[in-house]
Structure formats: structure tokens, C-alpha cells
Design a protein around this ligand. Structure first.
Ligand code: SF4
Ligand code: SF4
Length: 104
């Protein structure tokens, strides 16, 4: 079991989630954030912090985003080789794919 970051995080990266994680599970690439399933203890602290509802426990990931379960594992494994976890809030990207803009 693990928590999973899904598509709404694309181009947003508000990073409200990273500051509450007790296990420093969050990694980022140029598109979005991912949760390291190896480190996640399923405490659930991150889920209500995400303003675009991008985080789910793996058993509750919506059908259309099932591929993000494997993607979080693959991307965190790759990113770990070159950089550490993201632990401090950063300026959001709010790029073209930002879910918050699509709501406006
Ligand atoms: S708070 Fe949500 S949108 Fe922001 S970085 Fe975390 S998972 Fe992504
Ligand atoms: S569920 Fe807890 S341990 Fe897992 S990523 Fe979220 S805050 Fe971190």
C-alpha cells in the first residue's frame, strides 16, 4: 500500500503536500510530484493538503489514473539516483496543464 500522486498535479506542483509528510516521500521532475511507495507509511497526512485532490491511497486511485501507481514507483526510483526528496514548499508552476486554471 502507498499513496499516489495522480494527473491533477501536472504543471501545478503547489507542494502543500511535502511539508506535512513525516517520511520525506515526495520527489519531483519537470512535470509533477511523485510519492515514493517504498517510504510511504500511508499516514494520509498529505491527501487533504492537496488543493487539486491529486493524492489517493493506491486502493482508491480512480480507474482513469491507475497507470500513476506504477509511474510514481518508476519516477521516484529514477529521480532518487540524481536528487533528494522535496521537503520544502516551492512556488507553484501553474503551467498550461494546471488543474486549478481549468477550474476557473
Ligand atoms: S499539493 Fe497536490 S498538486 Fe501540489 S504538489 Fe502536492 S500532489 Fe501535486
Ligand atoms: S501518506 Fe503520509 S507518508 Fe505517505 S506520502 Fe502522504 S504524508 Fe507521506
Amino acid at each position: 500500500m502507498s499513496h499516489v500522486v495522480c494527473e491533477p498535479c501536472y504543471d501545478c506542483k503547489y507542494t502543500d503536500c511535502v511539508v506535512v509528510c513525516p517520511m520525506d516521500c515526495f520527489y519531483q521532475d519537470e512535470r509533477m510530484l511523485y510519492i515514493d511507495p517504498v517510504s510511504c507509511i500511508d499516514c494520509g497526512a498529505c491527501t487533504p493538503e492537496c488543493p487539486v485532490e491529486a493524492i489517493f491511497i493506491d486502493s482508491d486511485v480512480p480507474t482513469r489514473w491507475q497507470s500513476f501507481i506504477a509511474l510514481n514507483l518508476e519516477r521516484t526510483a529514477a529521480i532518487k539516483g540524481c536528487s533528494g526528496p522535496l521537503t520544502e514548499k516551492q512556488e507553484p508552476m501553474e503551467g498550461a496543464g494546471c488543474a486549478s486554471r481549468q477550474k476557473v
